[in-house]
Design a protein around this ligand. Structure first.
Ligand code: MG
Length: 343
């Protein structure tokens, strides 16, 4: 098995701001795993919140030696070995996981959703994310997002109420809210959430810092809308301590090391009667299409990372009227733009 990689800068249509900071170009590393004449694609989209950069991804990929593995179908052994190379590095590990899953699907000639026994008609609608911005830009973004029936709105700044009021002036569509750990006191978070409930918001994601589980457990008792974990729900081993603290979790491939672990997190969360959202970073269609393969299993999807960029190097899962549309192509169901335009 041969692993190669290339850096690619994803250009954002709008500067993307959340409670932690802003971005114009987001790094991604596209990985190819070649064996037996078949190429599997993977992607790493590193974020500083989880201690990764373009350089840490490339350093990690250099340390991966797949030569001892003669059979890519032994994915349990291969991915456990990759995971054990170093702690963290979750998006770099995801790149290998996706490439291996894509390879397996292509070798067998089946899409992953089919391999897992899922109904491709049961995909959820994805929300469209509105980042923090000047009110007039937020207004423009909401108008541009007209075809998406669900908005995920980033808050966690002093003028949260103004942001929501601006959006509610234009539309009464479903709004989900993500504070990205931006509210630092539990009483302040409670007051904000009780106000958001009056605005018809469906749920709140990560209201308090990940370090404040006690505060979040208190907060959940004070409000009515579901409270979902994102920064608190990184990998499978995080889930037991979230039971009774959050109503649900946001699973992202880049946090959890890929499809192998995401599938385990989905089933563990179901066993704990927690809601499940599939989320993303700013990513190309490689990683978004990978996450979409799992989407018939989840309650909510926020898989819009590829819609927020203007130079996606791949095509894969599409969105129609907000609904994720899986295709019948094998593996992750993605093709390089260059392969398509060269035909
Ligand atoms: Mg989030």
């Amino acid at each position: 098995m041969k692993l190669t990689w290339k850096y690619f800068g994803l250009e954002l249509i709008h500067t993307f701001t959340i409670a932690r900071g802003s971005e114009v170009i987001d790094p991604c590393i596209i990985v190819e795993l070649e064996h037996d004449g078949v190429i599997g694609y993977g992607e790493a989209a590193p974020t500083g919140r989880y201690g990764e950069t373009k350089d840490t991804v490339i350093d990690f990929l250099k340390s991966v030696n797949l030569a001892p593995f003669k059979d890519p179908f032994l994915s349990e052994d291969i991915l456990a070995c990759v995971d054990a190379l170093a702690p963290g590095n979750t998006s770099a590990k995801t790149a290998v996981d996706l490439a291996l899953h894509d390879w397996i699907g292509k070798k067998l000639g089946v899409p992953l959703w089919k391999l897992w026994g899922l109904d491709k008609e049961k995909t959820p609608f994805t929300s469209f994310t509105i980042g923090i911005d000047k009110l007039e830009v937020i207004e423009q973004k909401v108008r541009e997002a007209e075809i998406y029936p669900i908005l995920k709105v980033k808050v966690g700044v002093p003028n949260d109420e103004e942001i929501i009021k601006t959006i509610r002036k234009i539309t009464d569509k479903v709004i989900r809210v993500d504070a990205n750990e931006g509210w630092t006191w539990k009483e302040m978070a409670r007051d904000k959430i009780l106000w958001l409930e009056e605005q018809g918001v469906e749920f709140i994601e990560q209201p308090l810092p990940a370090s404040d589980l006690d505060g979040t457990a208190w907060l959940r008792e004070q409000v009515h809308m579901p409270v979902l974990a994102d920064e608190n729900a990184i990998r499978l081993h995080d889930l037991p301590r979230l039971h009774g603290v959050f109503d649900g979790i946001n699973i992202k491939l880049m946090k959890c090391t890929g499809l192998r672990e995401a599938l385990r997190m989905i089933h563990t969360a179901k066993a704990m009667d927690m809601k499940i959202m599939l989320g993303c970073m700013i990513e190309s269609s490689v990683a978004i299409s990978a996450a979409a393969q799992l989407s018939p299993l989840v309650d909510y999807a926020d898989l819009d990372g590829n819609i927020l960029i203007r130079n996606d190097p791949f095509v894969g899962v599409k969105v129609a009227g907000g609904k994720l549309m899986l295709n019948d192509e094998p593996g992750l169901g993605v093709k390089r733009m260059s392969e398509i335009s060269n035909r």
